[in-house]
Design a protein around this ligand. Structure first.
Ligand code: G3H
Ligand code: 13P
Ligand code: ZN
Length: 335
């Protein structure tokens, strides 16, 4: 058993409380490799932002769970080396799907876990989430639960109300489970293809796809039911057109990729939404930069020569999100 406190990590309780009061959101960036982690830490340490390092079950499998744990420990020291004397870094399990997986993460030094029972019948979601909370809270580990199902391109109607979190359920769910934060569905979705062209309109001037707006009325209704309670948005990559264009220009194929406009995330950040999940934008930045370098320098075979520019591009993207979208820069408790 390793406590996250021994690793220099923090749970999400205080950072969320400050984010809600301050009208900004904490970035939750997924990582699977060293370059992503370096870019996340460089961006957040330079900008004095609290940050959540997210690890999915797939990332654990890809990178090795023990290695990830030590990487997170190393990340704290790296942030200090970068001049951030008191970094606030949480290590969070993203989309945990079983009690066993959540327990294993708690036992290995994660400071926060998500139990995603959103696909289960309501009562089963409650029972599973409660079990995880009861275990995690013994070790001061915070827990994120989820209610509602994120829409995706497979749906005929992207904004089908049945997908959205039902405001009338949130008080019951939160009080019976004891979760510390709640992921909700208001129209975001995972990946680089969040909406089909049919689900969008087209900007008559640019011809670009314009996705349907997020359901801020549902968010408002949830905030009325749970005043001051931390809300989480998944599927919040904006799928920057510049990266999609770069990938397509250098041999990739991402037709009609579309994300959540940053303007809407900016608005959400000012509300009780205090954690915003971004993974796909990092994948796009990395892939765009690697494709460009390899296309321009076909003789290059040193991974540092193409992973280095990819890391720089991700850092630029993370910094943009922190300062221009989430507003979490200069928000460490001790600057
Ligand atoms: O929400 C899912 C995250 O983007 C993680 O994706 O399961 O492919 O690692 P992954
Ligand atoms: P994106 O695919 O929009 O980056 O969402 C990531 C996410 O929600 C991770 O849990
Ligand atoms: Zn997610």
């Amino acid at each position: 058993m390793v406590s996250y406190k021994q690793l220099g990590l923090v749970n999400t309780k205080e950072m969320f409380a400050r984010a809600i009061n301050g009208g900004y959101a904490i970035p939750a960036f997924n990582f699977n490799n060293m370059e992503q982690l370096q870019a996340i830490i460089k961006a957040s340490a330079d900008l004095k932002s609290p940050v959540i390092l997210q690890v999915s079950a797939g990332a654990r499998k890809y990178a090795n769970q023990t290695l990830l744990q030590y990487m997170a420990q190393g990340a704290v020291e790296y942030a200090k080396e970068l001049g951030c004397a008191h970094p606030e870094i949480a290590l969070h399990l993203d989309h945990g799907n079983s009690f066993e997986l959540c327990k294993s993460c708690v036992d290995m030094g994660f400071s926060s876990v998500m139990i995603d029972g959103s696909a289960l019948p309501y009562e089963e979601n409650i029972a599973l989430t409660k079990k995880v909370v009861e275990y995690a809270h013994q070790f001061d580990v915070t827990v994120e639960g989820e209610l509602g199902v994120l829409a995706g391109v497979e749906d005929d109607v992207v904004a089908a109300e049945s997908h959205y979190t039902k405001p009338e359920e949130v008080i019951d769910f939160v009080s019976r489970t004891g979760v510390d934060s709640l992921a909700i569905s208001i129209g975001t979705s995972h990946g680089a293809y969040k909406f089909t062209p049919e689900q969008c309109t087209r900007d008559p001037k640019t011809g670009k796809l314009v996705p349907p707006p997020l359901a801020f009325d549902v968010l408002d209704a949830i905030m009325v039911k749970l005043p001051g309670f931390p809300i989480v948005l998944h599927g919040s990559s904006s799928v920057p057109q510049e990266y999609v264009d770069m990938i397509n220009e250098y041999g990739g194929k991402l037709p009609d990729a579309v994300g959540i406009p940053e303007e809407q995330l900016r608005k959400a950040s000012k509300s009780a939404v205090c954690k915003i999940n971004i993974d796909s934008d990092s994948r796009l930045a990395f892939t765009a930069a690697v494709r460009k370098t390899l296309a321009e320098k076909p003789g290059e075979f040193d991974p540092r020569k193409y992973c280095g520019p990819a890391r720089d591009e991700m850092e630029k993207m993370y910094k943009h999100k922190i300062t221009e979208v989430l507003g979490s820069d200069n928000k460490l408790a001790q600057l």
